[in-house]
Every structure is written in structure tokens, then in C-alpha cells.
Design a protein. Sequence first.
Length: 116
Amino acid sequence: QVQLVESGGGLVQPGGSLRLSCTAFGIISSPYTMSWYRQAPGKQRELVAYITNDSSTNYADSVKGRFTVSRDNAKNTVYLQMNSLQSEDTAVYYCNVEGPYTRSRWGQGTQVTVSS
């Protein structure tokens, strides 16, 4: 069974940066896509960015130019570099992995708070 473990969240001032990491433990069969979602209080969970097995990426309009998603297949790890953070980025960030041979799995979430 695949388990996702996230890290890197915290409190940061507006304009600051954070880097989230998510490592998948267990047996995963390629190909698979790794994604980051976020959920702010009182709002639905939304897709932030994803990266496919061949490193194609896609971003929500709200984070384009500020966030960068990357992955290390050897480590089964996906990263989310977040720059120029704004208060609107405050949310719990969740990692997801899914593929034709891998059922969708979610991490436990990591809190990101942008505040002065």
C-alpha cells in the first residue's frame, strides 16, 4: 500500500518562500502523476499543480510564475517550490499520486500560513 508523507509547511511572511516535499512509500508502478492540491478554510480543495511521469507540468492560473513543481523519480518524491507567497495562498496543502496501475492516494496535508 502506498503512503504519502508531506513536509515543509509553516508560517511565512507575504513575499516569502517555502518548499514542500512529498515522498511516496511503498510499491508504485510507473507511469504515475504526482499532484499538489490545497484547501483553504471554507473552500473546496483545488488543484495547484501536477507533474506527469515524463515531467510535463501544469499549474493553476493563480500560482503560475510563482510556484514550481518538480519530481525525483529515484526518490518517489515531488516538490513544490512556492515563491512570492500571498495571504491567499494560506491553506492545507495535500499531495496526491495516481496512475493507471496506482490507485489515487492522498497525503495527510501540511499547513501553509502566509501572514505578517
